[in-house]
Design a protein around this ligand. Sequence first.
Ligand SMILES: [Zn+2]
Length: 265
Amino acid sequence: MIKLGLDPGHGGKDGGAGHYSLLEKIIVLNICLEIKTQLERDYEGIQVYLTRSTDVALELDERTDMMNKLNVDALVSVHCNAAGGDGGFETYRYTKASQNSIKLQAALHTAIMTELRPFGVIDRKQKVKNLHMVRESKMPAVLTENLFLDVKADADRLKRPEVIQAIIDGHVKGIASYFGLKRKETAKVATERDIHQVSGWAETAWAEMTKNGYYDGSRPGATQTREEAAVVMYRLRKNFLKLIANNAEDIADLDKKLAKIEAAE
Ligand SMILES: [Zn+2]
């Protein structure tokens, strides 16, 4: 069983950065709780240990002592940034980092930026710094700085659930890639589409076709047989003929004329 240490920065009386009605300690706690849930739910053989799972204050050495004692295989400390001009995403390893720390940073940074790039997040690159969390931990350790709370564009991004999800997904994928984790079979099934849920792009057409009786409204995502398609076209053809008949000649005659056109096609 692989053991991962996950450290949501700050907590309790130490709120971390706070701007635009966002508070770092809350954001990073929610992100870390969800990373743990997803890793343990979707991947084989990983156990995640959090330095804190509630809003409590912890000293930095309490965090590294805890993880060193648990002897976790890697440690990821999660933060949000402040005071950074244009904003963006960056990661830190220790100035004298091990080869595995370098590998962990590369895996995390690449995976998280892949998720965040579509939202226009600036890549501030993989950095090196003499930080307590990456220096005092005995295992490979990386600290992620997830956008700048005091940069309006980044703060707006952090208020979007899909950006928070991208940060979570990036961490999960980066950690999975570093350890070479295998996805659980059940997780693969869970990611398949729900055929009872209509896709966003088809919503209007599906509602219209259902309301007007061409489809019964069930299983919008299911595949269709030739006979099912024939029933829908039959309904369309009949209504089409009725429409013209109401404005012109009798329906039997129109049917004959349409059949002639169809035969000639
Ligand atoms: Zn912080």
